[in-house]
Design a protein around this ligand. Structure first.
Ligand SMILES: Cc1ncc(COP(=O)(O)O)c(C=O)c1O
Ligand SMILES: N[C@@H](CCCC[NH3+])C(=O)O
Length: 468
């Protein structure tokens, strides 16, 4: 099954009120299964609770807007992926959301960690994450980043270019270390996702091309190097992917490359990392596979292909990010203004402006990503009304939820909750329009704990050399 609506291909046109896929719900208050974090429920009075706390109490303690991470949900998903992929190495992809607390949870649940920048690596190391269980990515790793990785003893460096191999060899010789490396390859797979988050087609910046021959050249070069220890191949086809065909093709092509390498050198590479990219449900239109189903499916493909190529099954890894952090997070906003805009032909669209926007979630503007929303501070019997939840930024594309049905009697001060906010929301947040970024709090057993504090205007003003 192929889902492409992250690419924004299924939208209402200007004159129809509802997009084709969005059915008017019988109950606009429902917390639909599969969209919300594990502890999300409506309490006795109808208010939504997260981690045992009413949302209004979370806002009272942490302010609005706020990202709320359901600790038990996050830990539970991490463990589920680790258990489903038993015998594999599971790296949590920190780019989806990383902080000191998250790094500790990931370590406590027994996962490895994928980082891709100096900042992410520094957070992980400061949080006490075991360097040997970290994989380092990046298509332009600086000398400073590689030095830190080599001195800290990072477990795997995923090499992305010939320049990086040369840099690593020089630094390895200088520091007297021989890092374990994987070569990142592009398999030529056209993953069914938004162009900006697909990474295995040929015409993009990551990795070494298999079809162009550069991947085999890079493998042979590293194999012959005294300064790096080649352990395997890495492939990542993209993000928010539901269609497993892409993984199947990528697996076949990487294993064929392993067999070509074996023919060329007589050596079987011991490791294969298939990256991340497993999709989650942002709307009722999404139906992701479970971790267990994916594990079973991938294992079958790998065993089949290994037999075909006469290879032993390598040590396998995956790097899920969004699938662990995404559903654990909920964004809470407060309604500030409400406007009904006439579209002609008796149609209108309701614009609900909240106190956040594209600075705390750029995904709808960047990828036309679809989200859902409910009123969270109460339930209402009023008629479900097609609504658009928009932010406070000075930009028409500042949309948080393009199309959703919210009760007709929505009012200023209501709390709106958006699921799926744990991944690529805070981690991609900006200060557009000099907006301080919201805090991230963890909720568990009726308690709120700050993971990342709210930025203040003073934080931003302190950066401005013209305002000293
Ligand atoms: C190399 C690599 N691994 C893992 C991930 C994690 O992806 P996701 O959060 O979609 O699972 C990404 C991001 O797409 C990535 O680039
Ligand atoms: N940031 C993207 C995914 C790309 C992840 C990194 N390769 C998203 O929000 O969907």
């Amino acid at each position: 099954m192929t889902h492409m609506h992250v690419a924004g291909s299924i939208h209402a046109d200007a004159t129809s009120a509802a997009p084709v896929w969005l059915e008017k719900p019988t109950d606009a208050n429902a917390l639909v299964d599969g969209l919300w974090s594990g502890t999300a429920v409506r309490g006795a009075g109808g208010e939504m609770h997260l981690g045992g706390l009413p949302v209004t109490e979370i806002i009272e303690q942490a302010g609005s807007p706020v990202y709320v991470i359901d600790e038990l949900d996050f830990r539970g998903r991490a463990l589920t992926w680790a258990e489903a992929f038993e015998g594999w190495k599971v790296y949590y992809a920190g780019k989806s959301f990383l902080s000191g607390t998250i790094a500790r949870w990931v370590q406590e649940e027994g996962l490895n960690l994928d980082v891709c920048s100096l900042g992410e690596l520094t957070v992980a190391l400061r949080a006490g994450f075991d360097a040997a269980r970290i994989g380092l990515h990046g298509n332009n790793k600086s000398e400073e980043l590689l030095r830190l990785a080599l001195t800290a003893g990072v477990g795997r460096i995923i090499v992305d270019s010939a320049d990086e191999i040369a840099r690593l060899e020089r630094l390895g010789a200088e520091l007297s270390v021989r890092p374990d490396v994987l070569i990142r390859v592009t398999t030529g797979v056209e993953a069914h996702t938004h162009e900006y988050i697909a990474t295995a087609h040929e015409d993009q910046k990551f990795g070494f091309s298999i079809s162009g021959g550069q991947a085999l050249v890079a493998l042979v070069r590293c194999h012959g190097s005294a300064q790096v220890n080649l352990v395997g191949i890495h492939s990542h086809i993209g993000s928010q992917i539901f269609d497993t065909n892409g993984f199947e093709v990528a697996t076949r092509r990487t294993l064929r490359l392993m067999s070509q390498f074996k023919e060329a050198t007589g050596v079987a590479l011991p490791e294969l990392d298939l990256g991340g990219g497993f999709g989650i449900a942002y709307t009722t239109d999404d139906s992701p596979a479970t971790a267990h189903d994916l594990a079973r499916g991938l294992a079958e493909i790998i065993d089949h292909e290994c037999r075909a190529f006469g290879l032993e099954r390598p040590l396998l890894s995956i790097e899920p990010g969004r699938a662990i952090s995404g559903p654990a997070g909920t964004a809470l906003y407060t309604v500030g203004t409400i406007k009904d805009v006439e579209l002609g032909g008796g149609q209108s669209r309701r614009y609900i402006s909240v106190d956040g926007g594209m600075s705390d979630n750029i995904r709808p503007a960047l990828y036309a990503a679809e989200y859902s929303a409910v009123i969270a501070d109460r339930v209402s019997d009023a008629a479900p009304t097609l609504s658009r939840v928009v932010g406070l930024h000075c930009e028409g594309g500042d949309i948080l939820v393009r199309d959703t049905f919210l009760p007709r009697d929505i009012r200023i001060g209501d709390v709106i909750a958006v699921p799926g906010a744990g991944a690529y929301s805070r981690s991609m947040a900006s200060n557009y329009n000099h907006t301080p970024r919201p805090p991230v709090v963890a909720v568990r057993d009726g308690r709120v704990a700050t993971i990342i504090r709210r930025e203040t205007l003073d934080d931003l003003l302190a950066l401005d050399a013209g305002l000293e």
